[in-house]
Design a binder for this molecule. Structure first.
Ligand code: ADP
Length: 494
């Protein structure tokens, strides 16, 4: 089936005439559709359409814009299972998780709808008499939203709903591995009543992404992807003074103290490491075990991971699906090889899975390394796959040092019953998110999401903070004294 870009209210092919195929990573003989491979000329037309639509959309009252987003949330809710099934077919994670992905978009829609009724500014007293002072929020213009494939609906919704609510129009460039979910998402926005030109969809890869970043009609960029690409995006934005929000990689760790509830931690670690086949920016990729419980917990892990069922995420009973594509599979297998060469011990997994009907997909066994040293590359670099590195520590201080000793700072977790250690973790973990007695994954729509160090550039998605990113502050003074009043002068030097 043929799919198109959506530009200025019309479904249209790329001007280049080029297309790409969208395939099921669990079964590469299953072709989902053919999508336009867009170039800068498609992006230019989309950005012009968005610029034009901005003239009227910015004047629609924010509560009214919120009503349309609520409607989008309702449609998403009504189509939840169908969308989840489609998403699993497209990117592999299991049905329960893609349902969660849809739910996150629903939550984000409802949250955005309510924020439309309180897009706060500040009113503060003026230092001068008979003068009124306040700050208000205004839209910025056209937002370029560039998204990855691992949360095909949740991440676009995190960006697009707040962007629209604030009165911006959007050019949406989804990942090439998940164009179908993006297509359905835009269909839903149209059905909800988002006007022509307000949402524009441009499919394609790096070329289209670069064109979005470069287009002069696009004032702000919201990007989620790798730290390497994020750096390039930031450099281009800097040269044009574009506002840019970057949400990038992670190398998240769980610290497990010797007093922790091991059974609870086991479920959390397995979910954090192998949920979404390890392809989350918040995935648990390092497990730091107190030496007293190290051997026992490793045994528990092996027994638990042996029971994981790997297969097509749309099949009942499957715990872990395939990885996204051949390139990513090779990258993960290369990291596994590297881990062995570095001196770590692969205690389970470590291979591609091809038996039992898995040969047609990109399946990698859940893999655990022990004897990992903090400086090993498998303990430093983001693998984005089902690979967990286990490190041993002696004191809490040593564990914190290891946890912080990476270039990323997204999510972190501590399992303990010691309240003092819990608060030290909250204070000392260098991460945008810290969980206590819970895994590294599990963001909620109404809380800020993002990281420190090379994970982000100071902005947050989700929560109230994202509305700061998508709006401009205007400060307003109304002087009703009827006289010239000079701030800092007339009220002091009389
Ligand atoms: P991932 O490894 O998650 O695919 P990438 O950083 O490669 O991460 O891609 C994230 C998103 O950024 C995708 O939509 C991709 O097409 C887009 N992209 C890739 N390169 C560029 C670039 N140079 N400029 C803008 N967008 C890009």
């Amino acid at each position: 089936m043929q799919f198109y870009n959506y530009i200025g209210g019309q479904w249209r092919p790329s001007a280049s005439g080029k297309t790409f195929l969208n395939i099921n990573p669990a079964d590469t003989s299953d072709i989902i559709g053919e999508f336009p491979q867009s170039t800068d000329s498609d992006v230019r037309i989309a950005a012009e359409a968005a610029r034009e639509a901005y003239k009227t959309w910015r004047l629609v009252p924010a509560p009214k814009r919120g009503d349309l987003l609520r409607k989008a949330g309702q449609i998403l809710a009504a189509r939840k299972d169908e969308l989840a099934c489609e998403m699993t077919r497209e990117m592999g994670k299991v049905f329960a998780e893609t349902k969660g992905d849809v739910q996150e978009a629903i939550d984000t829609a409802y949250y955005a709808a309510t924020e439309g009724r309180r897009l706060f500014g500040y009113t503060v007293p003026s230092e001068l008499p008979n003068k009124f002072a306040m700050s208000i929020r205004q839209p910025i213009g056209v937002a370029g939203c560039i998204t990855p494939w691992n949360f095909p609906l949740a991440i676009p919704s995190w960006k697009i709903f707040p962007a629209l609510l604030c009165g911006n129009t959007v050019v949406f460039k989804p990942a090439m591995d998940t164009p179908k979910t993006a297509h359905t998402f835009v269909e839903i926005l149209i059905e909800a009543g988002i006007p022509e030109g307000v949402i524009n969809l441009v499919h394609g890869g790096d070329e289209a992404g670069k064109a979005v970043v470069a287009d002069p009609n696009i004032q702000l960029i919201s990007f989620t992807g790798s730290s390497e690409t994020g750096k390039i995006v930031a450099q281009h934005c800097a040269a044009q003074h574009k506002r840019v929000s970057l949400e990038m990689g992670g190398k998240n760790a769980v610290i497990l103290m010797d007093d922790a509830d091991l059974q609870l931690a086991l479920e959390g670690v397995v979910w954090g490491a192998f949920g979404t086949t390890g392809q989350r920016c918040t995935a648990t990729s390092r497990l730091l075990l107190h030496e007293k419980i190290h051997d026992k917990f490793v045994e528990m892990l092996i027994r638990r991971v042996e029971r994981l069922r790997i297969g097509n995420g749309n099949d009942a009973g499957v715990d872990m699906g395939p990885v996204i594509n051949a390139e990513q599979m090779q990258r993960i297998l290369d990291y596994i090889e590297l881990g062995k060469q570095e001196g770590a011990t692969c205690i389970i997994g470590g291979t591609r899975l091809t038996e039992n009907g898995l040969a047609k997909g990109f399946f990698v066994a859940p893999t655990i390394f022990t004897n990992v040293k903090p400086e090993y590359r498998i303990a430093q670099e983001e693998i984005f796959g089902p690979v967990l590195s286990v490190l041993k520590f002696n004191t809490f201080e040593e564990a914190v040092k290891i946890l912080n000793g990476v270039r990323y700072g997204l999510s972190s977790s501590l399992y303990t019953h010691n309240i003092n250690l819990a608060f030290r973790a909250i204070r000392d973990f260098e991460a945008g998110i810290t969980y206590i007695n819970a895994p590294t994954i599990g963001a909620e729509a109404h809380l800020p999401f993002g990281g420190v160090k090379e994970t982000g550039n100071g902005h947050r998605e989700g929560g109230w903070q994202v509305y700061d990113f998508f709006s401009e502050t205007k400060t307003v003074y109304v002087d009703f004294s009827g006289a010239l009043q000079r701030a800092q002068i007339d009220n002091y030097d009389k």
